[in-house]
Write a protein of this length. Sequence first.
Length: 148
Amino acid sequence: MAGAFKKSRDDGAVIVLVDEAGFSMVPCLKKTWAPAARTPVVAHRNRWHRKVSVIGALALEPDGSRVELLSDWHPDRHVTKDEVAAFLARLLLQYPERPITLIWDKLQAHRSALVKQFLMDHPRMTMHFLPSYAPDLNPVEMVWSLSK
């Protein structure tokens, strides 16, 4: 992976660390307070177990001068190959004329034929996969953890 960063820096590429997450619309309550022997009741308006999926990335300038958080939100849907391809198209618009190095996990949507074809059609984008079961290597995972 260090080689990917060095090559990206040498090429002036934007390094984009991509990940997906899901957010439940039901309040997440870890602790609350109530008088002794009285069960606490937390009222909320949401009666459905709805969710919002997000695909997002931390985009790093090769010289370390800037970090951006990019995200596309998808209410009541999962992130599929179509959403991944749309996110990649947005990255091309966000960073015109610049090489883009994608670093992400091995989610099936990342390895789909649609995404592979998209990357072949846009050679200024290169991708590198993180090792399996290594979320601690992707800093955008910390963004999702903090926001939940």
